[in-house]
Ligand binder design. Structure first.
Ligand SMILES: Cc1ncc(COP(=O)(O)O)c(C=O)c1O
Length: 383
C-alpha cells in the first residue's frame, strides 16, 4: 500500500513565488494545507455527530490526507477506487459505500478486500442484489429516502431515494435479513437555508415513528453551502443549530448518532487555480482553462463566480476594473464562464488569474476535451 507521506509535490510560499519559479504554461492547481485542516476541524468541531467527507467533491490524495489530519475519520465513497484511495491515504479511517447504484460485484469486493461495513439501498430489488454480495450480519444498510426542497439548488430526488411511505417497509426488510438498518437522505447540494434540513428531519421523524424500532444511525447527507462572490449563505453554525434542534424528534436509540456527508464545505476552501491569459479582444479574455476543465461545476445553477486575483510578471495587478467575459481554450462555443468577471482594466495576454476556493467539483470532474488537461498540482503555504 502506498504511504500517505508519498505524495510528492512542489511547494511554494504563495502564488507569486510559484509563478516566478515555474513560469507555467499550463494551469496550476494550488493546495493550501492549513485551510484544508481548518475546514475539517471546523466541521468536526461543530456538527453534532459523525462527519463523513463526500469524496466525490475532490478525491485528490493530498486533499484526503489533509482532511484526515484535520480530524475527518469517516469517508462517504461511491465507488471502489474512492474506497481504495481512503484506505491508502487515510490510515485508521472508515470508508462507507454510500450509493444505491454500484458496479456488479463492487459491494462484495468492498467488503472482502477493504473491510467496508456500510452500504446503501433505495428499493427492494437493490436490497436483493446487495444481499447476494455481502454478509448482511456484519453490515449496516442505509435506506435512502427521497427528499427535495426549493432551497437546495441542486436536487437528487429525481434519481435516488425511496418515497417516504416505502421507507418503513424497507427498513424492516433490512432488519429481517440480519443487517443493521439505518436511514439516509440528502436534501441536495448548495442548500441555502437551514430550514431544508429541519423539514427533511421532520419527514424522517414521521417515517421513523412508523418503523417499530429505534435506529442507531441517521445520515442527513451533504449540501452545506459555501459563500462565493454574489452568493451569500447563512453561517455554518446556523445549520448545526437547526440539526441539533431537530435531532431529538428522530427518537434515535440510546447509542444513536447523526451523520453528515459534507463535500463542498470541506473540499472547496483549500484549493485555488492559477490560469494564464492567452488572448484579449476588447472585453473578451481567453484563458488556458475553462468549462471543460477546472470550472466545470459552473454549469450548475448555484454560485456562478469565484473570487479572483490578477498578476503580471509575478506581481499583483491592481487598479481600475472592468467586467470581462472569460472564455476557455477549447473549440466549443459554450466554453465560456456563465457570468462576467471583474478584472483590472489593463489585463493582457501573459497575465495570470488566480481563482480562489474552487476545490469542490473541479479537479474531480474536469475532462480531457481538446486534450487540454493539466496535472500540475502544487502546495502553497500561505494564501
Ligand atoms: C449522497 C451525497 N452525499 C453528499 C454529497 C455532497 O454534497 P455537497 O458537496 O453539496 O456537500 C453529495 C453530492 O453530490 C451526494 O450525492
Amino acid at each position: 500500500m502506498p504511504d500517505s507521506k508519498a505524495i510528492d509535490r512542489l511547494e511554494f510560499a504563495d502564488a507569486p513565488d510559484m509563478l516566478r519559479a515555474l513560469k507555467p504554461r499550463q494551469p496550476v492547481y494550488c493546495i493550501h494545507p492549513d485551510v484544508y485542516r481548518a475546514a475539517a476541524a471546523e466541521f468536526v468541531g461543530g456538527f453534532p455527530g459523525r462527519v463523513l467527507y463526500a469524496v466525490k467533491a475532490n478525491d485528490d490524495p493530498e486533499v484526503l490526507r489533509l482532511l484526515n489530519e484535520g480530524g475527518i475519520r469517516h469517508f462517504d465513497c461511491a465507488s471502489l477506487p474512492e474506497i481504495e484511495a481512503v484506505r491508502t491515504y487515510c490510515p485508521g479511517s472508515t470508508p462507507y459505500f454510500m450509493t444505491p447504484v454500484r458496479l456488479r460485484g463492487a459491494a462484495r469486493l468492498a467488503q472482502r478486500e477493504w473491510g467496508v461495513r456500510h452500504f446503501m439501498v433505495d428499493d427492494t430489488s437493490g436490497l436483493e442484489r446487495l444481499r447476494a454480495e455481502i454478509d448482511m450480519r456484519s453490515s449496516v444498510v442505509f435506506v435512502r429516502m427521497a427528499v427535495r426542497h426549493p432551497h437546495a439548488l441542486q436536487n437528487f430526488a429525481n434519481k435516488f431515494g425511496a418515497d417516504p411511505d416505502e421507507v418503513p417497509g424497507l427498513l424492516q426488510s433490512v432488519r429481517g435479513l440480519g443487517a443493521e438498518p439505518a436511514l439516509a437522505f440528502n436534501v441536495g447540494s448548495s442548500v441555502i437555508s437551514p430550514d431544508a434540513y429541519t423539514e427533511a428531519m421532520d419527514i424522517a421523524a414521521g417515517v421513523l415513528r412508523q418503523v417499530g424500532f429505534p435506529l442507531r444511525l441517521v445520515d442527513i447527507g451533504g449540501g452545506f453551502p459555501l459563500e462565493y462572490p454574489g452568493f451569500p449563505v447563512p453561517p455554518l453554525g446556523d445549520y448545526f443549530q437547526a440539526v441539533t434542534d431537530a435531532m431529538p424528534s428522530l427518537g434515535l436509540a440510546r447509542d444513536g448518532e447523526l451523520m453528515a456527508e459534507p463535500g463542498r464545505r470541506l473540499a472547496a476552501p483549500g484549493l485555488s487555480a492559477v490560469v494564464e491569459v492567452l488572448l484579449r479582444k476588447d472585453d473578451r479574455v481567453y484563458i488556458n482553462d475553462g468549462m471543460y476543465g477546472i470550472f466545470w461545476e459552473l454549469r450548475f445553477k448555484a454560485h456562478q463566480r469565484y473570487a479572483v486575483t490578477a498578476y503580471r510578471e509575478g506581481r499583483e495587478l491592481t487598479g481600475d476594473t472592468d467586467a470581462f467575459h472569460l472564455f476557455g481554450p477549447t473549440c466549443d462555443g459554450s466554453d465560456v464562464l456563465p457570468e462576467t468577471i471583474s478584472l483590472p482594466r489593463e489585463v493582457a495576454p501573459g497575465d495570470h488569474l488566480h481563482f480562489h476556493r474552487l476545490g469542490a467539483y473541479s479537479l474531480s470532474g474536469r475532462t480531457r476535451f481538446n486534450a487540454h488537461y493539466s496535472d500540475l498540482v502544487v502546495r502553497l503555504m500561505s494564501h
